[in-house]
Ligand binder design. Sequence first.
Ligand code: MN
Length: 466
Amino acid sequence: MARIAELKEGSECSIAGRVIRTFEARGSFFATILDDSGKIPVASDSPFGVGSLVNAAGKVAKHGNTLEFFASSVSQMSEGQEEFGKRIDSLIGANCRPVESPMLIQDGVMKSLYHLILDCASRLLRARFLERPMVMRYHGDADGISGALALGRGIGSSGRLRSFQNPHTVYEVQDAIRDLNSVRSLGESSLGGMTLLVDSGSGDESSDALSLLKGAGFEVILIDHHPLSSAVSENADCVLSPMLVGATSYYTAGLLAGEAAKAMGGPDPVELQKISLAGDKSGLVPPDPAFGRKALAIDYLGKYSRFQNTLEFYESVLTNEKMLSSVANQAAAKLERAVRIARESLKVKELGNGFRLCTANLQKTFKPGEFPGKGILCGALHDGVSAEMLGPVVTIGYSGRLFSIRANAEARERGFDANGMIGQIRRELINAIESGGGHDVAASLHVSDGFENIVLEEIVRYIGSL
Ligand SMILES: [Mn+2]
């Protein structure tokens, strides 16, 4: 029996190994066969069973730069399967070991998440090595996009990855069905699909979609920093989230995804990690204007990118200084103008406990699907306003029934938690909030028709009680 790693062009021989992927094309059957030395694409006139151990006799030929095996006969292996199967598994293990290297942020939270980072990386390495189809869904803001870029680089061109950008942080049933179908339409059998959710998918609203994936036998990896629902973590095979260790959303999805990509042995993702931290205004690092600009440019592009292969497009912009700076300038000018208009409607209320509540009507400036989105706009408005004030500041930007909430570090230290506040209002005023959530210092709300003022009063009451 010839070993796959030692095959030479033109030789006639027999090989044995595990079938890890099969498909049919033009009346022929194709497979990838893996033994305890390596793997090779195989063509045959008869079908293969994925996962099975087979013997194949035939000839080795060269196709481009790669060797292929043309099998004249394929049969199921009968003897010594167990021992041989174990040797193959140990090859898989040896090829899928994560690389340990220093993390960008080496604090207690990151250290306690490190075993999950390594687990995530080894699952990705296995999926790539076994040629399994992967689908990545990422939130279309600077954090989600930079996390997806880091993972895309880590997985590399040999990975069978398709990626899709989502405009929000919910993974919906229709997304799951589309992803299942996109893998089905590949027309192949594999050792199972994988879905990667980046900067999205943690909330209760995503649990139905995740359970569909689970039911279809998909492996689910969730890399996120939004409040984590238990129904979601039950349906995911690997969860990488600061919420698991009681940490804040400052540990962004892009920061965590970058560490997983690094542990896969990919290129250093430090630039993308810094863009992610800047994009989500993480308090883990001091603000860096250079990365803030890059994050703004990515946010801007994210708003307008409604096409396939968005990651390749972002890669091309990030490596083109001229393009990047023209995008950043345009984004900054639009944001500045929007903030100026929003400030004309700004009202500041000083509460008895020292909190300041700023409210502004974003109706004139905010258009759905356009930059700046209400989150970025409210964030920039809040940054400007709170920089001129001392003490805890909460800013609410509203446009009709959409509320966007931002708070400064002092407000957080005094106990303000936007996500907790939303939960409390939902419990006290059932039906007042259609949907909403986010982090401790940044969140958004969709208020039910007619409840705008009532919810605003509740917010004032909540803040006043801190
Ligand atoms: Mn994020």
